[in-house]
Write a protein that binds this ligand. Structure first.
Ligand code: TRP
Length: 331
């Protein structure tokens, strides 16, 4: 059994891309491993120093994780700031994190370009905080996408450096959790690229979107001028529509529109109408559970408390041991 850690920044609702990308795998993983899934609210301050509804954003993700099928009895669902031991480990790791290696990090370089007016040291030390998140539970696996691989590599560097400096084999080297080919890429509705909340208005279908909103977004999805010769290669925008249909519609429906495309009889308006309908049906159970869970304040509080207690127990043990290893002693 592996110890798994994964964090998500509370910067918006979850969309179908999140669901098919990671969430669906978390739901399987929680049956097989010791999983910690947390909401990275400390991290969110590196880009949003004065969030207008921090608590509400955190709550939204918690509710949506539960609605998607994460089970608080099986995995530890917690909020990063509920476990301040993470911040203490971050401090220790920062003492041995070198400015040069932090400055070379791709995500840091991207961020200073995106927010030149706020190049704060939290941005620079983002990878140290992420390393603390992971090794505070002495995790062995981290389910990450390509964009987080460098952060994970830095986590290994910091963990190994700690072991070497204090001459002890304490932190394991966390590895990427490989989902293999179960990872389904979900394109957005803008005609290119993957589904994402930062990819522009109308690009993503959120798990809590109302049917009317889904219909509107799908009907506005980018298409092309249509095939002119039988069997014509599909443009990226059209491949995307087919890929979305593949995940929410029946095989029969998909094959029908594929045939219509290949014989140049397709009407994109009809296809989008069908896609919208199937997407609304697919997301209906999420919408209902989000609504029910969100209305149950006592349940949400109970889940947060359970997560806090379990995560704290694991983190406090690590911090106790790390303090001892470094040489801090109570008088
Ligand atoms: N950096 C991750 C992201 O932007 C979020 C994150 C923070 C994380 N701490 C983590 C992911 C620890 C995995 C493990 O997606």
């Amino acid at each position: 059994m592996e110890t798994v850690v994964s964090g998500i920044r509370p910067t918006g609702n979850l969309h179908l891309g999140n669901y098919f990308g990671a969430l669906r795998n978390f739901i399987t993983m929680q049956n097989e491993h010791n999983c910690y899934f947390f909401i990275a609210d400390y991290h969110s301050l590196t880009t949003h120093p004065t969030p207008h509804d921090l608590h509400g954003n955190v709550r939204k993700i918690l509710v949506e994780y539960l609605a998607a099928g994460l089970d608080p009895e099986k995995s530890t669902l917690y909020i990063q700031s509920d476990v301040p031991e993470t911040a203490e480990l971050y401090l220790f790791l920062n003492m041995n994190a070198y400015i040069g290696e932090l400055e070379r990090c791709t995500s840091f370089k991207d961020k200073i370009r995106q927010q030149p007016q706020n190049v704060n040291s939290g941005l620079l030390t983002y990878p140290t905080l992420m390393a603390a998140d992971i090794i505070i539970h002495r995790a062995t696996k981290v389910p990450v996408g390509k964009d987080q691989e460098q952060h994970l590599e830095m986590t290994r560097t910091f963990a190994n450096r700690f072991n070497r400096l204090y001459n002890i084999d304490y932190f394991p080297e966390p590895q990427a959790f490989n989902f293999g080919n179960e990872l389904v890429k979900i394109p957005g509705l803008n005609g290119s690229g993957k589904m994402g909340k930062s990819e522009g208005e109308g690009n993503a279908i959120f798990l809590d979107d109302e049917p009317e909103a889904i219909r509107k977004k799908v009907m506005k999805a980018v298409t092309d001028s249509g095939p002119t010769v039988p069997g014509q290669q599909k443009s990226e925008a059209i491949q995307n529509i087919f890929q979305l249909m593949k995940v929410v519609s029946t095989e029969e429906t998909l094959n029908y529109f594929d045939d219509m495309y290949n014989t140049c009889q397709i009407r994109y308006g009809d296809m989008k109408k069908q896609l919208a309908q199937d997407m609304i049906a697919f997301t209906a159970p999420f919408r209902e559970r989000i609504r029910a869970i969100s209305a149950d304040e006592a349940f949400v509080s109970k889940v947060a408390r359970m997560g806090r207690e379990k995560a704290h127990e694991s983190a406090a043990k690590t911090i106790r041991e790390v303090r001892e290893i470094i040489g801090f002693k109570r008088f």
